[in-house]
Design a protein around this ligand. Structure first.
Ligand code: NAD
Ligand code: ZN
Length: 349
């Protein structure tokens, strides 16, 4: 079968012919419906070194944001029907610590010593015609479209977790939320904020088409430039926003999120660009929290799937065949995508 393989550190992935996998005990073979291209993959293949990318050691098949149809089950697996559609929960922890048994494999207590991070991050993922996943990592999609659903597994689950954790700041009337970086995750974050809160949503990016899309989805947009903090504060009547979500994560965007915040606000950094944050007692809003988050939990992915099935969130995607998968990664790397790129290995079948 064809697969997109990350073959070596600091090397662009390649499209290769590999063996179709077979499911072991407790596992399921999925016929892949869709595999989303996430910016984190760019960090994995372009930036990480053997030191920083110890748990994403090549070679492995990329694709940590996937959906598919049941093809075959391994020994001991019951209750699944061939052809039924599922989302794949990506994070794979030790499976037995307190976090893992609660379905929070993203925060496995043994994360530091686990060999890989997730399905598609350190072990084979879904950028392929078929993939093998532990049966417990499957979240049912019912009759909802599995291809447009693929981004739910990361581009929706990650902002969902960040927003749900920030809800105490957004409950009640007259609240403001700020979304910085309107790509794959940021656009869905706007939909999730609308579905879960009554907050006024302010959104910022430097790409006109990304801002237009956010505006069409109900956000007030502010171009990302040296005047953005003043413009955002003005929209809030000078008070500042109650919760900010930074989907870029460089020092200037973290600083903008801090500066745009109200007293008692929360700044959540989702982007993994590694920007450093500054603090001093005099210039930062009092009682402002600063938070980094990583992905989301298994129960939260069930909640995300429910929002999708209710029509409350709909990832906007552009699809690529397996033969064009590397194109999608080139466009993502160059910042040229305007929708989430989803590779569809069985396109036209
Ligand atoms: P993307 O490439 O689809 O979108 C990034 C967007 O940010 C683009 O629209 C771009 O124009 C905009 N942008 C870039 N610099 C900006 C700036 N200075 N100000 C405002 N906007 C700016 O990326 P994505 O797939 O949505 O991922 C976003 C980030 O989240 C990446 O860093 C990714 O690695 C990270 N991520 C983190 C987690 C986690 O668990 N923490 C999970 C998934 C992705
Ligand atoms: Zn664990």
């Amino acid at each position: 079968m064809k697969a997109v393989v990350f073959e070596d550190y600091k090397t662009f992935p390649s499209l290769k012919e590999v063996d179709k996998p077979t499911p072991g005990p407790g596992e399921v073979l999925l016929k892949v419906a869709g595999a989303g291209c996430c910016h984190s993959d760019v960090s994995v293949f372009r930036d990480y070194t053997p030191e920083t990318g110890k748990q994403t050691k090549p070679p492995f098949i990329l694709g940590h944001e996937t959906s598919g149809w049941i093809e075959e089950v391994g020994t001991g697996v019951t209750g699944f029907k061939k052809g039924d559609a599922y989302l794949v929960y990506g994070p794979t922890g030790c499976g037995h610590c307190k976090r893992c048994v609660a379905g929070e494999e993203n925060y496995c207590e043994n994360r530091a010593t686990n060999k890989s991070l997730a399905i598609g991050l350190g072990r084979d993922g879904g950028m392929a015609e078929y993939m093998v996943v532990p049966a417990r990592n499957l979240v049912p999609l019912g009759d909802a479209d599995p291809i447009a659903a693929a981004p739910l597994a990361d581009a929706a689950l990650t902002p969902y977790h960040a927003i749900k954790a920030a809800l105490p700041h957004l409950n009640g009337g007259g609240k403001y939320a700020l979304v910085i970086g309107l790509g794959g995750l940021g656009q869905i974050a706007i939909q999730i904020l609308k579905a879960l809160t009554g907050a006024t949503i302010i959104a910022t990016d430097m790409k006109p088409e990304a801002m237009a899309k956010a505006e069409a989805n109900g956000a007030i947009v502010v171009p990302s430039d040296e005047n953005e903090v003043a413009a955002i504060r003005e929209i809030t009547g000078g008070r500042g926003v109650d919760a900010a979500f930074d989907f870029v994560g460089i020092a200037p965007t973290i600083a903008a999120a801090q500066a745009a915040g109200a007293t008692g606000s929360r700044v959540t950094v989702v982007g993994i660009a590694g920007g450093k944050a500054e603090f001093d007692w005099y210039s930062k809003p009092s009682e402002q929290e600063l938070m980094g988050v990583y992905w989301g939990s298994m129960p939260e992915l069930h909640e995300v799937a429910a929002l999708y099935r209710q029509g409350l969130i709909t990832p906007e995607i552009e699809t690529y065949s397996m033969d064009n998968a590397l194109d999608a990664y080139h466009k993502l790397t160059d910042g040229k995508l305007s929708k989430r790129a989803v590779v569809v290995p069985h396109m036209g079948e």
